[in-house]
Write a protein that binds this ligand. Structure first.
Ligand SMILES: *[C@@H]1O[C@H](CO)[C@@H](O)[C@H](O)[C@H]1NC(C)=O
Ligand SMILES: *[C@@H]1O[C@H](CO)[C@@H](O)[C@H](O)[C@H]1NC(C)=O
Ligand SMILES: *[C@@H]1O[C@H](CO)[C@@H](O)[C@H](O)[C@H]1NC(C)=O
Ligand SMILES: *[C@@H]1O[C@H](CO)[C@@H](O)[C@H](O)[C@H]1NC(C)=O
Ligand SMILES: *[C@@H]1O[C@H](CO)[C@@H](O)[C@H](O)[C@H]1NC(C)=O
Length: 442
């Protein structure tokens, strides 16, 4: 009897051990599930201390083939209030969007912190099928993880499915969206635009500005950055000019003007990202050259001083620096957080290499850091995060958060004549043939 008891106890402990082992295995399995798949063309926004990433294309077969898209509705976020290592970011999944979504952009209302996803291509999730019943705007309340669609007064139906755009929101809750295209697939007719659409989120009214004589031509896949002065700076996009002449739009008087930037030579780019620093510098990162998405933009990092309109190229070490397009970039204190995207040197017509990596660039020293420490980048007591610099509180604020999202790519997906010609040219290029040894993935 005693012997039996001893046996029983041993068995019991062994059972407990295996039970624990199973629990641990299950837990790590669940943990593995908690890493987002590589993706590109997502959009991101900082809401308080949470950095959100909305949707994107998961397709690993051919990012330029619209019928091979796999557009997700997933929403992921990172909590930036505690430290982590870039190798193991603390990913959390939130309630997914009602639709699959890419090539649009999100902006956070300075009034109530709700997120507006404006324009973009909308799909039946995890398919390449456009969702014809989608709303032009989706709103996310991150406090209660709730998605809603607003009733917009005077919506201009030509804006439906408008993509490869970057809206910006001002401190009064007005969202400005320039141009874009309603291209959604090979067989549908589409139009490229150079209009300015404004959504006043306080009254949910829509207006389309008449096209001014000095408005830029149609362009897509640009970045838009709102300065504290109320001026929106447009950089890059599909237009055959160097980044030297920069289009700006004044949200105070609705005037367009062109700034001719000096300083270093900056090559053309699309599908790059841009963030605004507290010193009034716009840092652009990544992208590909405007007429060949397989070639990374050069230099792949540059900064524009928006008081002198001078470009300079930071001395960022080329080694270990990722080259990405259709990624996201967000400034949090002195950290530029770069995430997801496509590696342009591999983004040939037949094969796209996507990333789910996270890179953190310290924009004071231009060094890539592997550990994120909120106390090192923010003063301890100041927790106000101001995503959209306003005329009133901007440059004095210790923390101005610039958000940039690389928008668009899709060499085949845009702009009429140019797009078609490029497509023909692109097809003549040797296709990238992936072999086990050829990886420049970092
Ligand atoms: C899309 O991606 C998801 C996640 O990787 C996968 O489960 C699904 O099968 C994919 N769908 C298609 C149509 O490729
Ligand atoms: C784009 O807009 C034009 C004009 O409104 C329309 O004729 C066309 O069908 C639209 N294309 C798509 C793909 O929605
Ligand atoms: C809607 O947008 C189109 C394209 O920019 C423009 O031509 C049209 O005038 C706009 N309609 C209104 C009512 O503003
Ligand atoms: C891309 O455009 C530049 C001019 O901006 C031109 O010199 C170059 O040949 C073009 N490349 C291709 C692949 O068309
Ligand atoms: C980068 O380094 C070079 C020489 O090492 C120097 O001449 C240049 O001014 C530096 N640029 C910046 C932006 O610091």
């Amino acid at each position: 009897m005693l012997l039996y008891k001893i046996f029983f106890t041993m068995n019991f402990f062994q059972n407990i051990q295996s039970f624990l082992l199973i629990i641990i295995l299950l837990f790590s399995f669940v943990n593995c599930q908690n890493i987002p798949n590589p993706r590109s063309q997502q959009t991101s926004s900082l809401i308080g201390n949470r950095l959100y990433f909305f949707s994107g294309d998961l397709s690993t077969t051919d990012s330029h083939n619209d019928s091979a898209s796999n557009v997700t509705n997933e929403v992921w976020y990172l909590d930036l209030s505690s430290s982590f290592n870039t190798a193991t970011p603390p990913w959390r999944k939130d309630v997914g969007m009602p639709i699959g979504y890419n090539l649009g952009a999100s902006c956070v209302s300075p009034i109530d912190n709700s997120v507006f996803l404006v324009g973009g291509r909308m799909y039946i999730p995890n398919t390449a099928n456009i969702n014809l019943g989608s709303s032009p705007v989706y709103v996310f309340n991150s406090n209660i993880s709730l998605w809603t669609t607003p009733n917009i007064i005077g919506f201009n139906s030509s804006f439906k499915m408008r993509n490869q755009i970057q809206p910006v929101i001002d401190n009064y809750g007005k969202i400005y969206t320039f141009g874009g295209t309603n291209y959604t697939g090979f067989n549908a007719s589409y139009v490229d635009y150079n209009d300015m659409n404004i959504l006043d989120t306080t009254s949910m009214t829509w207006s389309t500005l008449a096209i001014y004589t000095n408005a830029p031509p149609t362009f897509v896949s640009y970045t838009a950055t709102l300065l504290p002065t109320g001026i929106i700076v447009y950089i890059g996009g599909y237009k055959d000019t160097l980044t030297r002449s920069i289009q700006t739009f004044n949200t105070k008087n609705y005037n367009w003007s062109t700034k001719v930037a000096g300083g270093d030579n900056i090559g053309t780019r699309v599908s790059h990202s841009a963030v605004l620093t507290q010193n009034g510098e716009i840092i652009i990162y990544g992208g590909s050259i405007w007429n060949d998405t397989t070639k990374p933009a050069t230099p792949y990092i540059a900064k524009l001083d928006t008081s002198s309109w001078m470009w300079s190229i930071p001395n960022l070490s080329q080694i270990n620096s990722p080259q990405l397009c259709d990624h996201s970039a967000t400034l949090y204190g002195d950290y530029m957080i770069i995430a997801f995207g496509q590696i342009p040197s591999k983004s040939s017509m037949s094969y796209a290499s996507l990333s789910n990596n996270l890179y953190i660039l310290d924009v004071k020293s231009y060094i890539l850091v592997t550990s994120f420490n909120p106390n090192q980048t923010l003063p301890p007591n100041k927790s106000t995060t101001n995503q959209t610099p306003s005329p009133d509180n901007n440059l004095n604020n210790y923390l101005i958060i610039g958000i940039g999202v690389a928008v668009g790519i899709v060499l085949l997906g845009g702009f009429s004549v140019v797009g078609f010609l490029l497509y023909k040219k692109q097809n003549q290029y040797p296709k990238f043939i992936p072999t086990p040894g050829t990886t420049d993935r970092i």
